[in-house]
Design a binder for this molecule. Structure first.
Ligand SMILES: [Zn+2]
Ligand SMILES: [Zn+2]
Ligand SMILES: [Zn+2]
Length: 318
């Protein structure tokens, strides 16, 4: 008699729908690994997979609440409608510690998160069906986060979401006109005038963009031109981790620890973008309710000028 073990689910594949977590318990906390799907990637201290003893875990997103979170992300705008059933949806559990935030995590831990993003992108890129990967973070209920535990979401798509496509098209137009990268131009200009610069280190410039869509919208721009996040250098991830921590500390001080969305914009997987596009990170603190017509028309009312926003963040103690 042949028994196909393949067909039997492993014990922890049942867990999600089998025994619900106790109320108040968190599936992302250390010790609760059996409540998540099996890990795709983990940074461990020599411990066996799917148990305690880790610094970071990446698991497939099988959490109904987080699926909604992925759908609701303002950058995602209904992307699942166009996915045609192909796609990867993963959760990066950034730390075993439930109460940490990007403002409090040690820089080395945030750097680890950026490395995990890179590793997952390089892995998923091998699947030629994917055209782009979105990585974002929702922090706080008002920003759409459904779990407090520090986590990011990665979505690999067979399409390029409109937000990214529009930005790439804009960058292409600028390049065709001036034969220069628009983001490199922005970096030079902002370094020159400085009125919209929040802070800077050797690798990154943090600015309030010239035409923000939201109050206190903040961009973290790598000074070295590169179209893709995954092609950045080791020192750039370390620098970015520092700037993320610093920027979040500034926002927490100046804006009283606001809920926020954070997104990485990186070139879609197509040729011809190497000179045109320039990867970066955008942070949107959630300070005002976006009215229905703004969603519908794409026209945003922004009550704070970027110069004011930069000044407030620049002056915030870190
Ligand atoms: Zn937790
Ligand atoms: Zn550039
Ligand atoms: Zn962008």
């Amino acid at each position: 008699m042949i028994i196909s073990t393949d067909r039997r689910k492993r014990p922890n594949e049942f867990r999600l729908d089998q025994q619900p977590l106790q109320e108040g318990a968190c599936p992302f906390c250390e010790g609760n690994e059996s409540f998540t799907p099996r890990e795709l990637l983990a940074y461990r201290r020599g411990t066996p997979a799917n148990g305690p003893g880790w610094d970071l875990r990446v698991v497939p997103n099988k959490f109904p609440a987080l699926q909604v979170e992925g759908n609701l992300d303002r950058q995602g705008e209904g992307i699942f409608d166009r996915m045609n059933g192909i796609g990867a949806h993963e959760v990066i559990i950034e730390t075993p510690e439930h109460l940490q935030t990007l403002a409090t995590l040690p820089v080395v831990a945030t750097e680890r998160v950026l490395w995990a993003f890179r590793e997952r992108i390089l892995d998923l890129k091998q699947d030629r069906r994917f055209r782009s990967i979105l990585i974002f973070k929702n922090h706080g209920l008002a920003a759409g986060a459904s779990l407090d535990h520090p986590h990011s979401i990665l979505i690999a798509l067979p399409v390029v979401p409109r937000q990214v496509r529009d930005e790439v098209d804009g960058a292409r137009q600028h390049f065709e006109l001036k034969e220069r990268c628009v983001f490199c131009d922005i970096i030079r200009q902002e370094q020159d005038t400085r009125t919209r610069v929040v802070s800077e280190n050797s690798d990154f410039l943090v600015v309030a963009p010239y035409a923000p869509r939201f109050a206190f919208e903040t961009w973290l721009l790598p000074k070295r031109h590169g179209a893709r996040f995954e092609d950045a250098g080791r020192h750039e991830y370390e620098s970015l981790a520092r700037m993320i921590k610093e920027t979040m500390q500034r926002m927490n001080r100046a804006l009283l620890s606001p809920p926020f969305n954070m997104i990485i914009h990186s070139a879609p997987f197509q040729d011809g973008l190497a000179d045109i596009y320039h990867w970066h990170m955008e942070i949107f603190p959630k300070l005002t309710k976006v009215a229905g017509f703004e969603w519908a028309t794409g026209f945003y009312i922004n009550p704070t000028s970027p110069e004011e926003a930069a000044q407030v963040l620049r002056d915030a103690p870190i």
